[in-house]
Design a protein around this ligand. Structure first.
Ligand SMILES: NC(=O)c1ccc[n+]([C@@H]2O[C@H](COP(=O)([O-])OP(=O)(O)OC[C@H]3O[C@@H](n4cnc5c(N)ncnc54)[C@H](OP(=O)(O)O)[C@@H]3O)[C@@H](O)[C@H]2O)c1
Length: 332
């Protein structure tokens, strides 16, 4: 089977021919029709995670068809079109993942491969309205956006939401989720073109975070926000508190822009804003996310579909931040 393997740090990902893995009892073998990139894959290539285990097949997101089962009790899955939950061993505490939590695609071999074996508990039926490419674009970004917006921030239709760095996979998934709910949505981006595209997808407005005093301009033109979903951190985080309403819920799920600093404590306590950290989600978050997608017939935003052979080009495109939406790899 064709597989994209990260053999060494800081090296291009290599396309290899490996044997098809065989499922044991409790496992399924899935012929993956498509996979998708997350920023995590770029971070892994650069060795930015503890417990690096190379060589490893990268990729956390995938969708395909179940082709074999490890035992009779999983045979009801044969032939089903499925998506994979990449968040493994969450544990039994909904509030936070346990020590054994793992993300598919390092240390365990991931989805940039024609076949994968997964424990049956991480395999879910593909939303019927989605193609394999669309379904592959959903899992990691979807569960991260879902937990930040709903489990953590308690987003409802009547709330005004601000989503930062809208070109990102998680951010755009958050946009389509909030749109399905009917919320008023504003976004930030470092690109005016991406701001325009976000408006075409249903954002009410947006601002370029590279502009000086962007938070002041945004709150002047659009008002303050009840929910803020941020994947960047960095110097811009202070502006997010300025743009927050009283008692707003501000959720941070990523740190693309680096350390947060220089925040006046009084801004946080006088406004009584709730600043919350969030990660990917529990199995319950994943199921709820799929239910939301099925109920509202939501489709993730795809930037480009590339062949699996071009996995390295896809990783470099993601690193350069050139994408608007998910970069998907088609496997055959
Ligand atoms: N904690 C978790 O479990 C978890 C789960 C998923 C992701 N993450 C993290 O979340 C971040 C985003 O992930 P992703 O896969 O969505 O990445 P991605 O698709 O590569 O998106 C990154 C986005 O960050 C935005 N950005 C860059 N600098 C920014 C700044 N100064 N202010 C605001 N936005 C900025 C850019 O938006 P524009 O192009 O619009 O400027 C870019 O598109 C990554 O750091 C990732 O590691 C964490």
């Amino acid at each position: 089977m064709k597989t994209a393997v990260q053999e060494e740090l800081h090296q291009p990902i290599a396309i290899k021919d490996l044997p098809i893995p065989q499922p044991q009892a409790g496992e399924l073998c899935i012929e993956l029709k498509a996979s998708a990139l997350n920023h995590r894959d770029v971070w892994v290539q650069k060795g930015k995670y503890p417990g690096m285990n190379l060589p490893c097949t990268l990729g956390s997101d995938g969708a395909g068809v179940v082709v074999s089962a490890g035992s009779e009790s999983e045979e009801n899955w044969l032939g089903k079109e499925v998506v994979i939950n990449p968040g493994m061993n969450w544990g039994d505490n909904e509030a936070v993942a346990g020590k054994g939590f793992e993300i598919l695609g390092m240390p365990r071999n991931g989805t940039f491969s024609e076949f994968i074996v997964m424990p049956v508990e991480y395999v879910h039926e593909k939303p019927a309205h989605l193609s394999f490419e669309e379904a592959a674009a959903l899992p990691l970004a979807g569960v991260t956006a879902y937990r930040a917006m709903f489990t953590k921030a308690g987003l409802t239709k009547d709330k005004r939401v601000l989503i930062t760095g809208i070109g990102g996979g998680v951010a755009l998934t958050a946009l389509v989720f909030a749109k399905a709910l009917g919320c008023e949505i504003y976004v930030t981006s470092g690109s005016d073109v991406k701001l325009q595209r976000a408006k075409e997808l249903g954002a009410n407005g947006g601002i370029n975070y590279k502009e000086e005093k962007w938070a002041k301009s945004l709150s002047k033109s659009a008002g303050l926000f009840d929910v803020v979903i941020d994947g960047a951190g960095g110097e811009g985080f202070s502006g997010l508190i300025d743009a927050s309403n009283l008692a707003a819920n501000l959720v941070i799920y990523g740190g693309t822009a680096g350390n947060i600093g220089g925040i006046l404590a009084a801004k946080i306590f006088f406004k009584q804003v709730n600043i919350m950290g969030s990660t990917m989600g529990s199995p319950t978050d994943f199921k709820n996310m799929l239910a939301l997608v099925n109920t509202h017939k939501i489709s993730p935003v795809i930037d480009e579909v590339m062949p699996l052979d071009n996995a390295e080009d896809a990783l470099r495109k993601m690193e350069a931040g050139k994408q608007f939406g998910k970069i998907v790899l088609k496997h055959n």
